[in-house]
Structures are given as structure tokens and as C-alpha cells.
Design a protein around this ligand. Structure first.
Ligand code: SER
Length: 609
């Protein structure tokens, strides 16, 4: 089955059950939801309806939603993780509940008219109950009934989570079978469906978690029964009407239908791999390294194509930063395959061919996608070249962890690239010392961010408010020009001028100061609204807000955001305010002085004219 056929079947099935088909929302949340940078699940754009608002499509809708989850970035390369994926979902807004949802899932999966999967290879988990919420007996009963109708008597696993004999229903705790997107909002227990990937290995038996980790069974579908709204105080309030939110992974389901062991063996990735092979001269499965590199390149370029189509550009902050990281990581892995020329555009072309029919925005934004990829790849290659020059200057005998770390931090050389290059010259890299350096550095950044701005203004007059906003724009510009290692170390604002101390080891050059100034002025000239909202500290952290995070959980903070017209987050900081309402009020920003403040800390004084 092709992905196009699978999506069509899914939507057709749920249309036949009275669902309105709705299009995918953008991968960038467009509403005022500041808690995530990306749409991470099908439910994300539907939260208002899950909380009770009327959906124009009625009480039953179904869709295929584009999702981005970058928390899994380091897992990409195994057999089932992707940073971009498609989630098919059927939704009940206070309409049908567990019984129907489970019946329909079973029917769609096993009926030969639909997917025709083998019911003997199906296993399900349910919520075992925790925190005063009882075990989901309704879901257990519904599963037993559908299996019984199909002629199978199925049993429920005990506390040991062992699958033996007729056991097919495994109750699990909150970590596995309770779904919430982020910290607050609609949530509830869920039931997840798993498929036996290797029946040829004999009757399936063993501890559930070990069978998942050993890739013997793979999750393909999750039905969430949303009965609660979790408040900022951590309370679970019963929703007036419970909802159903389901999510079925297109890639994983295709793998299962194809009898494939990994999502990367599906028809979605094959043509992408062929392209990478053509460019690199390597085969996908030449070695474990090539396999990993192919998967990472394919996944990252695919994710980048979708992000750019939805309006993201590579930047040093927010969603743009994630995009930058994905493109650069793809280029680095290309380098490991020996690709020396720009290649992401050629790979993107295949992605657009493969996905452009269903997602018209890819075709429509084709030129922008190519231009952004090309620009970022070229920029990164220059950085890499400088790094290579630096590498060649290093000792011929061995490379210390400090040198490797310098290559990593200043030139964006990942450790594996340094090791690879060193190998060619038969030099050893002190990888242990590198890890120590990395850790030291991370601790330092944490301390630096802890020293940041604690709010508190001497004067809350209009001029001060404007300078306060300018200080946020300045910090964002500093990070964009000098890098993400820059953190605010202190600030002092009077109605006449602002002073900002920030971590940076070298003098900021006149050219860099010019760039910083013009970035701030560009944001001023764009007349951007300065938005603020209250959120929990945890939500602020999730939203990538800069600020002090050493406070207690559940505390509410105010987050000020400046977002450009393309929905890109220019600046997002936890702050006491007050601020200008719009950057247009600021006038003209001018840096007056740049000097050392203390060791590793620079100071900028600036005014608004
Ligand atoms: N929200 C659930 C998930 O993302 C089901 O769609 O898995």
C-alpha cells in the first residue's frame, strides 16, 4: 500500500462513520498558544474544540496532521523515530466515546476491506489507573468484546506486564498510558495498539516493555479518552463532555502493512535514499554508519521542507533555530558520506515529488524551500571549511578534548566528524576529555542563565518601557550575531539609556555591532506587537523563553514575546515588564559603547533616538 492509498482509506473509513474530513493545520501553531514551537500532535490545533468550543465541522472530524517532534532528534536513525511525521486522527468532540472508538479501530485495522492486518498480531495497552483515577475497565471490556466477536478470547496482563497465552491487553501506568500535550489542557487515559513485527520468530511471549524495546512489537495507533482538563495548579477537572483523540502514524502503519521492520524501508523513504545514494556514491546499507546517515539526512531534509513550506526560516532562535539545526545536521551527515557539494536541494526535490500531491503547500512554496535550503547549506559549509582549516592546524599526534570542543563550539564540528577526520590521518581524539568539556560548558551556561535579569525597574515611565523592549531585541540580536552561547548577565535601565551585560569572551567587532544595531532597527521598523502572557514556569521553559528557571514548579511567570509577520519568534523572555506595546514606538536604536565588564562578560550601552 502506498502512503496516498493509506491516507485515503483512513479518511474514507471515518467519513463512512459520519466524520467531516478537515485539512492539516500548519506545523507552526498559529494561535496564541505559546507553549510549543511546533504542532507536536494532531490534537494540538484542535485544543479549543476539545475544551468545548464548537467545531465548524461538527462533533466528528478526521484528518491527517503534519507533526514535528524534535525531542526525539537524537533517536532518529533507529527504526521508528522521525522528527517530522504524519498523524492520522479521528476526533469526537463530546460525541462517541471508548466503545465506538475501539470498535472502529479494530475494524479499520483488521477488516480486509480496510487494512486487513492480522488480528493475531495485535496487542493493546490500557490505562491501569493512578493518582486517584481508576483503571480503565470500560476500555478493557470494549477490547474483550471486539476480540470475542472476532472469535478470540483475550486476557488482561497482571502487574508483571507479562504476555503469555491469551494475554493481549496490558494495563500500564501514567507514563505510558495517560496523554497530555505539554503541562496543562485536555487529557486522559489512553489505549495503544501494537503490532507484532516478527511473527516468524515464534509465539510472542515476554515482558511487554522488553518486547517494545527489542522492536518485536511496535505501536501504531493511540486512542486517547479525554475526560479531564489539567489546570495550571495541577488539578484534573472533569470535562463537561469527554472527547476522543486518536493518532495513527502514517509511517509506522505503512511499515507494518509492507511487512517492513522499519519506517525507513517504506515507499516514502526509498526514493529519497536512492537520491542520497546517487549523490554520495554510498549504498544505504553499506554499513551501520551509512544506514544511520541516510536515515538522518532523509528525515531532517523532509522535516525542513515542511517547516519552510509553513513559513519558517533558519534563525538562531525559536522554530528557526530548530530548522537551522536540522539542515546543518543533514549537511554534517552528508559530509560523513563524503558529499562535498550542496545536496539538500536535490533531496528536497524528491521530498516534494513524494508529498506534494497530498500537501499542496510544498509545491506552492517550492522556490522558497530551495532558496532557504541553499542559503543555509552554503553558510554552514563556509563554517565547516573554517573548521577544517583549524583542524589541519592541530597537532599531528593527537587531538585533545579541548581542541575537539573548540572545533565543536566555534566551528560547529560534531565530535563524530572530528573523529572521522582524525581517523583518516591515524590520529587519536581524546573523546573523554571532550565530554568533560561539554559538560563543564553546559554547567556554565546554566549558571549564566541563572544570573539573568530578575525584573525590577527603577522607573516605569514610558521611556524606560521602550528601552526595556529594546533590551530584549538587543539580547536577541546579540544571540543571532554572536551565537547562542550569549546569555544576559545583568541589566540596568534608566529613562535615558540601557545597559546590558552578557556572556561573551571577545570584543564585539565594529562590523558585528553594526549588524546587531541593524537587526534591532529592522525589528523596530517592522512595527511588531509586543505580546505578553502569563504561564507556568514549565510552560515558559517549553516555549523556549529566556530567563531564570531556578524557581519552584507551578509558579506563574510573565513571558514577553516579539514575533514577526512570518510567526517567527524574534524574542521571548520571562520578564516583569513593563514594555512598549509595539516595537514601532521605539524610534531609532543606537549602540553607544561596547566594553569589557568582567572576565567573560561584555557590556553594551545603547540609547533610543
Ligand atoms: N494525542 C495522541 C498522540 O499524539 C493521540 O493522537 O499520540
Amino acid at each position: 500500500m502506498t502512503a496516498n492509498e493509506l491516507r485515503e482509506k483512513y479518511l474514507e473509513f471515518f467519513a463512512s462513520k459520519g466524520h467531516t474530513i478537515i485539512p492539516s493545520a500548519s506545523v507552526i501553531p498559529r494561535d496564541t498558544d505559546a507553549s510549543t514551537l511546533f504542532t507536536t500532535a494532531g490534537m494540538h490545533p484542535l485544543v479549543p474544540y476539545l475544551l468545548g468550543e464548537d467545531h465548524p465541522g461538527g462533533k466528528r472530524v478526521a484528518n491527517v496532521q503534519k507533526c514535528v517532534r524534535t525531542g526525539d532528534i537524537d533517536d532518529v536513525g533507529d527504526n521508528r523515530h522521525c522528527t517530522f511525521f504524519e498523524m492520522m486522527g479521528n476526533w469526537s468532540f463530546g460525541d462517541y466515546f471508548k466503545k465506538e472508538a475501539i470498535e472502529w479501530s479494530f475494524e479499520f485495522l483488521t477488516d480486509p476491506k480496510w487494512l486487513g492486518l492480522d488480528k493475531n498480531r495485535l496487542y493493546v495497552t490500557v490505562f491501569k489507573g493512578e493518582d486517584g483515577i481508576p483503571r480503565d475497565e470500560d476500555a478493557i471490556a470494549a477490547w474483550q468484546e471486539v476480540f470475542a466477536k472476532a472469535g478470540m478470547e483475550v486476557e488482561v496482563a497482571g502487574e508483571d506486564e507479562m504476555i503469555t497465552g491469551n494475554v493481549r491487553i496490558i494495563p500500564l501506568g501514567k507514563d505510558d498510558n495517560f496523554w497530555i500535550a505539554g503541562q496543562t489542557g485536555p487529557c486522559g487515559g489512553d489505549t495503544e495498539m501494537f503490532y507484532d513485527m516478527r511473527p516468524e520468530e515464534g509465539v510472542l511471549a515476554g515482558k511487554f516493555g522488553e518486547l517494545v524495546d527489542g522492536f518485536r512489537i511496535m505501536e501504531i495507533w493511540n486512542n486517547v479518552f479525554m475526560e479531564f482538563n489539567k489546570t495550571a495548579e495541577g488539578k484534573y477537572e472533569k470535562l463537561a463532555k469527554p472527547n476522543v483523540d486518536t493518532g495513527m502514524g502514517v509511517e509506522r502503519t505503512l511499515a507494518v502493512l509492507d511487512g517492513q521492520y522499519t519506517v525507513f524501508e517504506t515507499e516514502l523513504f526509498k526514493p529519497i535514499f536512492e537520491k542520497i545514494s546517487e549523490i554520495s556514491g554510498c549504498g544505504y546499507q553499506d554499513s551501520q554508519e551509512t544506514e544511520k546517515a541516510f536515515r538522518i539526512i532523509a528525515d531532517h531534509v523532509r522535516a525542513s521542507v515542511f517547516m519552510i513550506a509553513d513559513g519558517v526560516s533558519p534563525l538562531n532562535t525559536g522554530a528557526g533555530y530548530v530548522l537551522r539545526r536540522l539542515i546543518r545536521r543533514a549537511v554534517r551527515y552528508g559530509k560523513l558520506l563524503g558529499i562535498e557539494k550542496d545536496f539538500t536541494v536535490s533531496v528536497a526535490e524528491i521530498v516534494i515529488q513524494k508529498f506534494g500531491d497530498f500537501y499542496g503547500e510544498l509545491k506552492k512554496n517550492r522556490e522558497t524551500i530551495f532558496a532557504e535550503l541553499k542559503k543555509e547549506e552554503e553558510k554552514f559549509r563556509k563554517t565547516l571549511e573554517n573548521g577544517l582549516r583549524q583542524f589541519n592546524k592541530l597537532s599531528v599526534a593527537s587531538i585533545s578534548g579541548k581542541d575537539a570542543f573548540d572545533l565543536y563550539q566555534t566551528y560547529g564540528f560534531p565530535l563524530e566528524l572530528t573523529v572521522e577526520l582524525a581517523k583518516e590521518k591515524a590520529i587519536i581524539v581524546d573523546e573523554k576529555e571532550f565530554e568533560l568539556e561539554l559538560k563543564k560548558h553546559q554547567d556554565l551556561s546554566r549558571t549564566a542563565s541563572a544570573g539573568m535579569f530578575k525584573g525590577g525597574l527603577q522607573d516605569s515611565g514610558e521611556e524606560t518601557a521602550k528601552l526595556h523592549t529594546a533590551a530584549h531585541l538587543l539580547l536577541a540580536a546579540l544571540r543571532q550575531v554572536l551565537g547562542d552561547e550569549v546569555f544576559q548577565k545583568g541589566s540596568n535601565i534608566t529613562p535615558e539609556r540601557l545597559r546590558l551585560d552578557f556572556s561573551h569572551t571577545e570584543k564585539v567587532t565594529p562590523e558585528q555591532l553594526k549588524m546587531i544595531e541593524s537587526l534591532v532597527n529592522a525589528s523596530i521598523e517592522a512595527h511588531l506587537d509586543v505580546m505578553h502572557e502569563e504561564m507556568t514556569l514549565d510552560a515558559a521553559r517549553k516555549a523556549n523563553a529566556m530567563g531564570v528557571f531556578e524557581s519552584k514548579y507551578g509558579e506563574t511567570v510573565t513571558v514577553y514575546s516579539i514575533v514577526d509577520d512570518g510567526a517567527r519568534i524574534i524574542s521571548r523572555e520571562i520578564c516583569g515588564g513593563p514594555h512598549a506595546k509595539n516595537t514601532g514606538e521605539l524610534g531609532h536604536f543606537k549602540i553607544q559603547k561596547e566594553e569589557a565588564s568582567s572576565s567573560g562578560v561584555r557590556r553594551i550601552k545603547a540609547i533610543l533616538e
